[in-house]
Design a binder for this molecule. Structure first.
Ligand code: HBI
Ligand code: FE
Length: 287
């Protein structure tokens, strides 16, 4: 889902940033962060890529309460030159890419309400900060994110944002990674979700397929429920190599003449780590 026709909210700067106004968070809002944090911290250690845990430590995100972006940015800047800036919600594609290309990660300042603990449509501060920021302390992943922003600006000029957005979706948001200790999580959409942290790794329903750039950019994705296919990279360095060092322009040309794939499609050329039963998605479709 790309965003190219949003209105700038009153009070937002030209680049759509707003003050985080950390001192205005209520005790209930801090308690919500702590609840979500503790739930994920208890479950993730065996499931998430070790670089994510390293990021939580380096950035001192283990301390209670909603993080103060100034403090967080100071630590993150020392690690990789990235900063975190507050925005009211989704920002237009070009601005989103420009921020990333300049090593600024845009994060929502609001936190979900108690009735939204397990699902909300717009990314809140827990998704944006707990989910995305730890890996920005990793130098290779940090470079990949900047390159994605630069690639987004180029893709916009070529009319290929939809293809490129799938790369973000299936890596930054819902990526899996193979390690010596087995398959692990790294996508922010997974690690910030209690249910999907189990589903993505352990449930027999979804496909788990080896990362293949062109194949992945043909694949539609779901924004309304757990993914039907996850793509697994071999390492952050491999992801960086296959994307940062690749010219996407000829790929976009080829993609414009090949049909899109449905989220659950499996091809004879796929390297399949797990062939999904799709039982979860089928049960939902009937219900
Ligand atoms: N804005 N705040 C915010 N966060 C996002 O993740 C985001 C966005 N705007 C556009 C966008 N993502 C994607 O549609 C782009 O990757 C194409
Ligand atoms: Fe996200």
């Amino acid at each position: 889902m790309t965003k190219d026709h949003l209105e700038r909210p009153a009070g937002a700067a030209a680049d759509w940033t707003i003050p985080q106004d950390w001192s205005s968070y209520t005790a209930d809002e801090h308690a919500m962060w702590d609840h979500l944090f503790e739930r994920q911290a208890a479950m993730l250690p065996d499931r998430v890529v070790p670089e994510f845990i390293d990021g939580l430590d380096v950035l001192r995100m283990t301390k209670p309460g909603i993080p103060d972006f100034d403090e967080l940015s100071e630590r993150l800047y020392k690690a990789t030159g990235w900063q975190v800036v507050a925005v009211p919600g989704l920002v237009p594609d070009r601005l989103f890419f420009e921020h990333l290309a300049n090593r600024r990660f845009v994060a929502g300042r609001f936190i979900r309400r108690p009735d939204q603990i397990d699902y909300l449509q717009e990314p809140d501060i827990f998704h944006d900060v707990f989910g995305h920021v730890p890996l920005l302390a990793n130098p290779v992943f940090a470079d990949y994110m900047q390159a994605y922003g630069e690639g987004g600006l180029r893709a916009d000029g070529l009319g290929s944002i939809d293809n490129l957005a799938r790369l973000y979706w299936y890596t930054v948001e819902f990526g899996l990674i193979r390690t010596d200790a087995g398959m692990k999580l790294y996508g922010a959409g997974i690690v910030s979700s209690y249910g999907e942290s189990v589903f993505a790794l352990d449930d027999p329903s979804p496909n788990r397929i080896a990362f293949d750039l062109k194949r992945l950019m043909r694949t539609r994705y779901r924004i309304d429920d757990y993914q039907q296919t996850y793509f697994a990279i071999d390492s952050f360095e491999d992801l960086r190599k296959q994307t940062v060092e690749t010219d996407f322009a000829p790929l976009y040309g080829e993609l414009s003449s090949s049909a899109d794939l449905d989220p659950a499609d499996v091809l004879s050329t796929d390297v399949i780590h797990h062939l999904g039963t799709q039982a979860y998605a089928h049960a939902k479709a009937v219900a």
